[in-house]
Design a binder for this molecule. Structure first.
Ligand code: 6PG
Length: 268
């Protein structure tokens, strides 16, 4: 187990969502107090969206300056913009429509009725990420590199987990999880419908300061066990997720069932 991986079980799905929401609010407040703004990458999936609903229900949300939060998405389904399948639409219904966000800071991946294909949606998102990274880099008087990075700083990147240990829309053995050198990739033949998607690549995911993998349900226990056992990222994409500073596995007890007790709750 490498450094700064923490596994925390929660007694139920609802407690997991409420606790992750509280953790997210606190993290955004801490980052805003340091940097004036904060950046979160949202995820689709049951726990990811339930977490957003829990943020919307929390009085503590009123402490966050939402107009100074940059929202990105880890992946998106390449379907029409008004489809109920869209992660952006689910995130809006769960939270974004109920907090005073700055629309210019909410970065949504293009939909199937807005661009020709998923490749174009991926290219556009890569361009948006690069533009945000350049703006951040130009704003820094102590830029660490002489050229801007490909993506901006992500303070928290949320990931759901599939029963096959997929993260975002990076599925075992498929092209997406093998893709390097580009920040965003088009996905076809996704084993999880809908078939066409757009996803951040693993390199981009791992550029995040903190990655929080959120999973609930007995059907995720094997994926969690494999993800923590150091398997190859191509076979077990979740095992490749590693935040620069911290990686949290936030689980309900059912999803944590195959995690050795020795790995629980201990900072590694
Ligand atoms: C998506 C998600 C995907 C999801 C997992 C877990 O667009 O489908 O980004 O990665 O988070 O499949 O989803 P559930 O929690 O609903 O099983």
């Amino acid at each position: 187990m490498t450094k700064n991986v923490r596994i925390t079980p929660h007694p139920s799905f609802d407690v997991l969502a409420a606790t992750t929401a509280a953790r997210l609010i606190t993290r955004l407040l801490d980052v805003q107090s340091e940097r004036g703004e904060a950046t979160v990458v949202l995820t689709g999936g049951s726990v990811g969206i339930a977490t957003l609903r829990a943020v919307a229900a929390s009085p503590a949300r009123l402490a966050v300056d939402w107009a100074k939060v940059n929202f990105w998405f880890g992946d998106e389904r390449f379907v029409p913009a008004d489809s109920a399948d869209r992660n952006a639409g689910q995130a809006a219904q769960a939270l974004l429509d109920y907090i005073p966000v700055d629309p210019l800071r909410v970065h949504i991946m293009a939909a199937a009725d807005q661009v020709a294909d998923a490749e174009e949606a991926a290219a556009r998102y890569a361009g948006e990420l690069a533009g945000a990274a350049r703006a951040e880099w130009e704003g820094k008087d102590d830029a660490a590199t002489d050229t801007a990075p490909a993506v901006p700083r992500f303070d928290v990147l949320l990931l759901g987990l599939g029963p096959d240990a997929h993260i975002a829309s990076l599925f075992p053995e498929m092209a997406g999880i093998r893709t390097k050198g580009v920040p965003v990739v088009a996905v076809r033949n996704s084993p999880k419908p809908p078939a066409e998607r757009v996803s951040l690549t693993l390199e981009t995911i791992n550029s995040a300061e903190e990655i929080w993998i959120v999973a609930a349900g007995a059907d995720k226990a094997a994926a969690v066990g494999l993800g923590l056992a150091g398997a190859s990222e191509v076979q077990v994409p979740a095992s490749g997720a590693r935040g620069k500073v911290k990686t949290l596995w936030l689980l309900d007890e059912a999803a944590a069932a195959k995690v050795p007790a020795a790995l629980m709750r201990v900072e590694h």
